[in-house]
Design a protein around this ligand. Structure first.
Ligand code: ADP
Ligand code: MG
Length: 574
């Protein structure tokens, strides 16, 4: 409490750290340097965890995942100019995903502004496009107010990124303790409910549906709506489909999950309830031919501006997903009803699920070497702990992995998301590991990376080893982006010509030993080429709780997905 010590002086860095502490910031990810080092030290002194990363982009991805996983923003702390610019990728990604995030950037001293100061850049303006709120406090005394406002803006309404700019001269300034006014912790967001008449209409549309479908998005995960949504599913026996990060709100192995018949479910549903999922590219915009032209959408979202995007919804339920789902339950409960389990719709969906699952199983059972994606993921799934976090990115690695790897808990899957960002994996894994350590010790993080995706933030392996985080990295290695070459083709190709003129842009060096990145820092590394080697190394990695590990899994360089019904949208990210 500053107020009681009126004679005392306090540094700007301490005022900033205290403001973060008051707002319940638990984790700061960043890279220190002039002028923010003192802020990181002051934060640690107040018991905030500081995780030093190797690139600001990864630091920002990590901080944004904290926001999604905990509902309060993580902080990304960066230096001026280039440091802040590297963080823009993370801010954009957070904002696109509707995840809370607070970025704090140092900037040059105010009296050098516009003079060509070291790392000078119009930071507040630059961040505006990537945030809900971007500002510089007018004085050190204003810092607690501006940080409260930034935290509040990040979690109220549709969550998103916020930026606070800290000029270098604030950091070392000594101010009278009594001049710093106490600002209270901002309350959790107020809960809004949908209009009663809209809830009644929605309930009657659902009851009259012939082929209903619930779509569970990452908004439902963020809203902690798992209990109410699971109740809705089970009480009324409704088929549901999770979006990639909506997986686990209701467990993937639930009998009413129709994930394995995704295209069919979307294409023939006559009523679709969207719980925190936008009708963007991930859901094919809600338009034919992926949907019936007259499908009735019921949209549940906290953001009014989202309602009616791309389609004209039958009903809009503006409000918090958890609260609105409870409203729906109450309304549906008024007259006895459930969706008939013997309906033709259920039969169609179940048949399609069966045939899709059989097709994947067949690919998985192929004994040929190098392995294909399905073989790899089936073996991983066999050993995957039920409570683990699954982080995933890459093209086929993520798309195929998602269909095989199951989530049983909400907010336990993190991937390239709405923005389709590659390079998020290691930052997300580090954030998930911090959350696991502090909130559910014993939970592991399995980070499934394509070899190209791994390259974006590969040096964060050092961060993982430095903090000894419970992460198992799987690099599914096909020597390239989408596809690569085997060693022989590679050698042939380079015999006569210079690499830059002949190597296809998708190719990466064949047979790269990415596991050595892990052993370089003291973790365990495995290079695997067969299902047996994969099983064994995974078993050892899971048993070894003392060290992080990386399993480099060589697969067929030309391996692809199984044939899709809609080949023109193979890169559907779902
Ligand atoms: P997905 O990628 O899973 O389809 P999106 O990111 O497209 O999910 O959609 C998530 C939606 O959830 C956003 O439109 C966002 O406004 C909404 N949302 C976030 N939090 C809440 C909440 N507490 N209540 C209702 N809607 C929410
Ligand atoms: Mg690859």
């Amino acid at each position: 409490n500053f107020a009681e010590r009126s004679e005392e002086q306090v540094s700007g860095a301490k005022v900033i750290a205290q403001a973060l502490k008051t707002q319940d910031v638990e984790y700061v990810f960043g890279i220190v340097g002039i002028p923010v080092t003192e802020i990181a030290i002051a934060a640690q002194q107040l018991g905030i965890k500081y995780i030093g990363m190797r690139n600001e982009q990864a630091a920002c991805y990590a901080a944004s995942a904290i926001g999604y996983l905990t509902g309060r923003p993580g902080v990304c702390l960066v230096v001026s100019g280039p440091g802040l610019i590297h963080a823009l990728g993370g801010m954009a990604n957070a904002n696109m995903n509707c995840w809370p995030l607070l970025v704090i950037g140092g900037s040059p001293e105010r009296n050098q502004e516009t003079m060509g100061a070291f790392q000078e850049f119009p930071q507040v303006e630059a961040c505006r496009l990537y945030t809900k709120f971007s500002a510089r406090p007018s004085s050190i005394e204003a810092v607690p107010f501006v940080i409260e406002k930034a935290v509040r803006s990040s979690i109220y309404g549709r969550p998103g990124a916020c930026y606070v700019d800290i000029p270098a001269d604030f950091v070392n300034l000594q101010v009278n303790v009594s001049s710093i006014k106490h600002v209270e912790r901002c309350m959790s967001p107020p809960i809004s409910m949908a209009e009663t008449s809209a809830v009644c209409t929605a309930a009657s549309v659902i009851k009259n549906a012939k082929q209903p479908l619930l779509i569970i998005g990452k908004g439902a995960a963020y809203a902690h709506a798992e209990e109410s949504i699971q109740k809705l599913v089970e009480q009324y026996k409704l088929p549901f489909l999770p979006t990639p990060m909506g997986k686990g709100v209701v467990p993937d192995n639930h009998p009413y999950c129709v994930g394995a018949a995704r295209s069919r479910a979307l294409q023939f549903a006559d009523v679709i309830v969207l719980f925190g999922a936008r009708l963007n590219w991930i859901l094919h915009f809600g338009l034919p031919p992926r949907y019936q032209p007259d499908v009735k959408f019921i949209q549940v979202d906290i953001c009014a501006e989202e309602l009616g995007n791309n389609v004209k919804p039958a009903v809009t339920l503006l409000g918090d997903i958890n609260a609105v789902t409870k409203q729906l339950l109450e309304e549906l409960d008024k007259t006895p009803w459930q969706y008939p389990p013997e309906s033709k719709w259920w039969k169609t969906l179940r048949e399609k699920m069966k045939s899709n699952e059989a097709a994947s199983k067949e690919l998985a059972s192929k004994k040929s070497l190098p392995m294909n994606y399905y073989t790899v993921f089936y073996h991983v799934q066999e050993q995957l702990p039920r409570d683990c976090f699954v982080v995933s990115e890459g093209a086929n690695t993520m798309d195929i992995g998602r269909t095989v790897l199951q989530n049983y808990l909400p907010r336990h899957r993190l991937d390239a998301g709405t923005f389709g960002t590659m390079g998020v994996g290691l930052g997300f894994a580090i954030a998930a590991a911090m959350v696991a350590k502090d909130r559910s010790p014993g939970q592991r993080v399995i980070c499934v990376e394509g070899d190209s995706a791994f390259g974006f933030s590969g040096m964060e392996v050092e961060t993982i080893c430095r903090y000894n985080l419970p992460i198992i990295l799987l690099v599914v290695n096909n020597n390239g982006i989408y596809q690569g070459f085997d060693t022989d083709t590679w050698k042939e190709m380079l015999k006569f010509q210079d690499a830059a003129s002949v190597v296809p842009p998708m190719c990466l060096l064949p047979n790269s030993h990415y596991e050595q990145v892990m052993t370089a820092f003291g973790g365990k590394g495995y290079f695997v080429q067969t299902p047996e080697e994969l099983q064994k190394s995974l078993r050892q990695s899971l048993a070894d709780t003392a060290k992080p590990s990386l399993i480099n899994i060589m697969i067929e360089p030309q391996a692809t997905r199984k044939t899709q019904d809609f080949h023109w949208l193979t890169r559907s990210n779902m």
